[in-house]
Design a protein around this ligand. Structure first.
Ligand SMILES: Cc1ncc(C[n+]2csc(CCOP(=O)(O)OP(=O)(O)O)c2C)c(N)n1
Length: 633
């Protein structure tokens, strides 16, 4: 039996002979490489926190003490040490989540994969424990990347004066987000890392003074007691101590015993304290360590020996965007791009290489990025803010107030829109069109293929008096789907003739192939059908309303929440224009979707041609007063 298999709970770990801990760390790394190479997942970040997580679970008493992992992607080792070693279906339907999950374990508390929230959570948790008279610790583990987010600083500002709150903030400093972390804070952390004077003096003192009998111990204690003064002379801790926060570190994040010492010290303070732990992303696995792009921040299925991908991913939507923005930047010197710590994932690498002074990586700071974009627009440029759809949620107020209210020509490019799959509830991009729908003046395009993506981007950067949004999903776009004809911006993709129809099927973006398949099924049922794609879906085009007037039924198919999505916008537009045609809204129900592949998630919510046809046949049959036909597409 391996050492790891003997650990079922943190109590087993606490009992383990410290001499065996390095061997346990080796086993955990081998386990992670072996299993995550088969399922995909956040390999690099988790390899970096093996010793840190072991130490956390030996020093703190989870679940009595609460450990919150910021962003949640570094919880694999935590899972292994809290009774979850079945990683064969990690991130797959029915398997372990890639993030903490309350349904899985009482040791998991915060499931949110949106960064920078952990300090707020632990302040809340610690205050609740305190008010209820419970002596329990709350610990946040936050990366140097997540520490760039504004929320973390709002919480620090409060924690700094919460001097009786037993909160421990572990900064997992690996100098990287996906790529190198940027900004003043990361420079400060790096300065703390490299200023070894204080630690050197302390270890010199410990060595010399404790060798002297009787006076040695007290003298070292005294030296320790004036730690703050010495620190300020030798290595002023600046930021954190100026805020009034206690600071321990920097600690070697791959020396388990050293981390334990620091954490025990921090635990004893009884006040908010920062423990600065230096780790290496991908530690112990050369392919990750040698990967300059992101040190295997997140991998697909790979060969564990070489680290090379085993799945051919093909040309992605991100590639289409990347290929469109780079030449656009050459033609339009006013176009600038912004990213929130995700330059490569959002497809800006080529643009950054071609126009290095016109791309701004602001750290994990979506709110700042969007308000800054409003400023750039005011200054005469056309900013393109590139985000994953789910992270737009963070910056809704800035989209509404800083961009729309000020009629700022800012283009938002939202990758990973719709159902994203294995990353689970907080990663689905299922709210962006709902948010966009309530913003005055905003125009939104959901391109159905790469040709439409490039064209919409060109059109978007020509709009200089309102925000524009482009949204597209994860994965590979279909081959270009050319229209039969166009009515204004509305493309007609399938019809028998130009006359009135029973069903006007409106496909939005990535759901166009589904709309076409549904159209074929309805034609086979003997109905007359027109399938259209507005491309620019918001505001609802007049031509679409005109088409709806001549149809018996409108069906809108979108991969956004039905609540407030494009179907809802079409229904409102029709009622405002006095068009009585009923609108069927096919989209994502108002609930959080579990992790599963995109195809499984779409099937679960009935967003497949087969399910949509079944529901439409049910509606038609009910309207006609007869049972639905037994037809499968
Ligand atoms: C609000 C938000 N924006 C963007 C992301 C995407 N994201 C996931 S992990 C990550 C980098 C995190 O860096 P860090 O906190 O240093 O952790 P590390 O991966 O280095 O351990 C980013 C940008 C996110 N999770 N949340």
């Amino acid at each position: 039996m391996s050492l790891l298999e003997t650990i079922r709970t943190p109590a087993d770990l606490a009992r383990l002979d410290p001499a065996l801990l390095p061997a346990l760390a080796v086993e955990i790394r081998a386990f992670l490489v072996h299993s995550v190479s088969k399922t995909g997942g956040h390999l690099g970040p988790n390899l970096g926190v093996v010793e840190l997580t072991i130490a956390l679970h030996r020093v703190f008493d989870s679940p009595r003490d609460t450990i919150v992992f910021d962003t949640g992607h570094i919880a694999y080792v935590h899972k292994l040490l809290t009774g979850r070693q079945g990683f064969d279906k990690l991130r797959a339907k029915g398997g372990l989540s890639g993030y903490p999950s309350r349904a899985e374990s009482e040791h998991d508390v915060v499931e949110n994969s949106h960064a920078s929230v952990s300090l707020s959570w632990v302040e809340g948790i610690a205050r609740a424990y305190q008010l209820r008279g419970q002596r329990r610790h709350a610990v946040a583990v936050i990366g140097d990347g997540a520490l760039t987010g504004g929320m973390a600083w709002e919480a620090l500002n409060n924690l700094a004066v919460a001097t009786d709150l037993p909160v421990v903030i572990v900064v997992n400093d690996n100098t990287r987000s996906y790529a190198a972390t940027i900004g003043g804070l990361s420079e400060h952390l790096s300065w703390l890392r490299t200023t070894g004077g204080y630690e050197a003096l302390m270890s010199w003192g410990r060595e010399r003074l404790t060798r002297t009998p009787i006076v040695g111990g007290p003298a070292f204690g005294a030296l320790h007691g004036v730690k703050k003064g010495i620190k300020d002379i030798l290595a002023p801790q600046g930021l954190f101590e100026d805020l009034g926060m206690k600071y321990v570190g920097p600690v070697d994040g791959h020396d388990e015993q050293a981390i334990e010492v620091a954490l025990r010290q921090a635990k004893g303070f009884g006040a908010p304290v920062i423990v600065h732990v230096i780790t290496r992303k991908g530690e112990g696995y050369d392919p990750a360590r040698n990967d300059d792009a992101d040190q295997f921040h997140a991998v697909g299925v790979i060969n564990p020996e070489t680290g090379l991908p085993l799945e051919v991913s093909g040309r992605s939507w991100t590639d289409e965007f990347s290929d469109a923005i780079e030449p656009l930047g050459t033609r339009r010197p006013d176009v600038v791009a912004l990213t929130a710590a995700m330059l490569i994932p959002v497809g800006l690498k080529g643009f950054a290489a071609a126009h290095p002074d016109r791309v701004f990586d602001v750290g994990i700071a979506e709110q700042h990025a969007v308000a800054m974009a409003a400023g750039l627009a005011f200054g005469g440029l056309h900013p393109v803010v590139c985000l994953y759809s789910t992270f737009l949620n963070r910056a809704f107020d800035q989209l509404l107030m800083d961009c729309a209210l000020h009629q700022a020509g800012v283009t938002f490019v939202l990758d990973r829109a719709g159902v994203t799959g294995n990353d689970g509830p907080s990663h689905h991009g299922m709210w962006d069109m709902t948010l966009a729908n309530i913003v005055p003046g905003l125009r939104l395009a959901a391109p159905r293929d790469g040709v439409r993506l490039a064209r919409s981007l060109e059109q978007a950067v020509d709009v200089n008096d309102a925000p524009t949004v482009l949204r597209f999903p994860k994965g590979n776009p279909p081959a270009p789907i050319e229209p039969l004809r166009s009515l204004g911006c509305v493309d007609v993709l399938a019809e028998r003739d130009g006359g009135a129809v029973d069903d006007l099927i409106v496909g939005i973006g990535a759901m166009v192939p589904t709309a076409l398949a549904v159209g074929e099924g309805l034609v086979a049922d003997g109905r007359s059908v027109r399938v259209v794609d507005p491309v620019w879906a918001l505001p609802v085009p007049h031509e679409l309303v005109a088409q709806a007037r001549d149809a018996s039924r409108v069906v809108v198919i979108e991969d956004n929440a039905v609540a407030g999505g494009i179907g809802a916008a079409v229904a409102l537009a029709l009622s405002q224009e006095g068009v009585a045609t009923p609108v069927v809204q096919e989209g994502i129900p108002k609930r959080f979707l579990e992790h599963a592949s995109r195809a499984e998630a779409l099937a679960d919510i009935g967003l497949t041609p087969k399910s949509i046809l079944q529901s439409l046949r049910g509606v038609s049959a009910a309207a006609a007063g007869s049972p639905p036909p037994e037809m499968a597409p």
